[in-house]
Design a protein around this ligand. Structure first.
Ligand code: HEC
Ligand code: HEC
Length: 409
């Protein structure tokens, strides 16, 4: 949990950073040439080896820039790479509303890590000063994602693309010289994508809740009750900030901190059966999240141990956005939950239960949760036994459904 004030500060800092980093942002609803370039890159299915996979394959607009395949969401929850037999180890979070996550740092006062990209924060922003741009450098070269063997391959593809002219128009003549200035060109590719991910097309703030905050829509009785619980008895807004910032900035439904909710292991995660070259731990692999990343950076145990099992608080914007009713989405870093009802029930009853390890994603009303994937550092202050009635759980879910973009007041 983090205080509001801080969010307002980082929002301003992020904005300042953006102004520094790139050509001017477009006015409302319109994409600047830079944003447009980023969009073309994000949707380009030629930027993989073999061809066919773009960023949007795993981050599609119709689901709020997360995974667009109902069947995958309903089963593994993890998406195959361009090489279809290769899988990563986590569920794609949304690529939207992440632009204000600060460069990863440790807040001495709150004693919390804040910022970065990815569930474990490893796209820190420490190199480029921008976590989102740093993140965008990863997938093209990741063998379990777009799988290009080298930066040069990506650069050459962009240089041969139909939008190569736009690239030079945006970044200047000679800005994509893959032979003599490869690193700079590759960085510009990533910064262009980050610009689009920050654009008003990806972050329209056009949900019913935004209209409600602007006084242009009314919540139903159930939604309003859900909001009251979200900010009160259920304590959700302690991490998923729901109030506008002090300068009126719309809430992002995350404070960019890290927590271990005690989410169970997802036994269907295909990563467990990936060959040892990718996953040397096989079935025994445990997702230690931020703690594992810090350990990999050489942090001493006193620093990384308190973070083992923690993952970044995701935004809840568009958490229910789906192309059609009945389309399944998965929730949490490993996609263990298959409905908003069930994850809400988990918050309410994690610590109330009988242990029955075989039951994955129990229906609301059944108190039955397997052990946490990581039993260290589980948050027992803000969740686990909330004492919510089934009607209260349903109201919270109804409220979360007001967070989907595309509402018309
Ligand atoms: C094969 C599926 C796949 C592809 C392709 C892919 N991603 Fe992702 N993306 C993921 C997964 C899985 C994660 C979470 C990984 C983790 O946390 O370890 C992720 C994380 C992210 C995040 C971090 C969000 C946050 O809040 O931390 C962003 C942003 C993102 N991807 C953007 C992109 C961009 C840009 C591209 C193309 C250059 C891309 N992704 C390609 C699956 C994919
Ligand atoms: C202590 C901080 C904290 C509190 C309080 C909290 N959350 Fe979360 N929330 C998280 C974290 C961290 C995750 C990711 C957990 C994981 O992946 O293991 C998460 C994930 C989620 C997700 C899944 C989002 C996705 O894209 O996968 C939903 C939905 C959600 N929370 C709703 C709620 C609701 C409803 C409440 C109140 C009942 C609540 N949260 C309270 C920190 C919190």
């Amino acid at each position: 949990m983090k205080c509001q004030q801080f969010i307002a500060m980082t929002a301003t800092a992020a904005l300042a950073l953006f102004v520094l980093l790139g050509p001017a942002a477009a006015s409302d609803g319109e994409l600047s040439p830079l944003d447009q370039l980023g969009k073309l890159l994000l949707f380009d299915t030629d930027l993989s080896t073999p061809l066919g996979q773009s960023c949007a394959t795993c981050h599609a607009p119709e689901t709020g820039f997360t995974g667009p395949d109902s069947l995958i969401n309903a089963t593994d929850a993890v998406y195959p790479g361009a090489v279809q037999v290769r899988f990563g180890n986590r569920k794609p979070p949304t690529a939207a509303y992440g632009g204000e996550s600060p460069v990863l740092y440790f807040d001495e006062d709150e004693e919390l890590w804040i910022g970065g990209m990815f569930w474990d924060g490893r796209a820190t922003g420490w190199t480029l000063g921008d976590p989102l741009a740093e993140q965008a450098q990863g997938p093209f070269l990741n063998p379990v994602e777009q799988n290009n063997p080298r930066m040069k391959v990506v650069c050459d593809k962009v240089a041969r693309s139909t939008y190569a002219d736009l690239f030079e128009q945006v970044w200047g003549p000679g800005s994509l010289d893959c032979r003599t200035d490869l690193e700079a060109g590759y960085e510009r590719i990533a910064r262009s994508i980050a610009a689009y991910e920050r654009s008003s097309e990806v972050n329209p703030f056009s949900s019913k809740y935004d209209d409600y905050l602007a006084g242009q829509a009314e919540l139903t009785e159930q939604e309003a009750w859900g909001l009251e619980l979200f900010e009160g008895k259920a304590m959700c807004s302690a991490c998923h900030i729901s109030e506008p910032g002090s300068g009126g900035e719309p809430p992002l439904f995350t404070d960019f901190t890290y927590d271990n909710l005690g989410v169970p292991r997802n036994p269907d995660n295909p990563w467990y059966s990936m060959p040892p070259f990718f996953n040397p731990d096989g079935e025994d692999w445990i997702d230690y999240g931020l703690g594992a990343f810090l350990r990999s950076q050489g942090a001493p145990p006193a620093v990384y141990e308190p973070e083992l099992g923690k993952v970044k608080v995701p935004t809840l914007r568009n958490v229910d956005k789906r192309p059609y009713e009945g389309f399944v989405k998965s929730f949490a870093h490993n996609g263990y939950f298959k409905s908003l009802e069930s994850i809400t029930h988990f918050y309410n009853t994690r610590d109330v239960l009988d242990d029955c390890a075989s039951l994955v994603d129990p229906e609301p009303g059944v108190n039955c949760w397997p052990a946490p994937e990581v039993s260290m550092n589980v948050n027992t202050d803000e969740l686990g036994n909330l004492g919510l009635t089934p009607e209260e759980e349903a109201a919270i879910v109804a409220f979360m459904k007001t967070l989907s973009d595309g509402h018309t007041p």
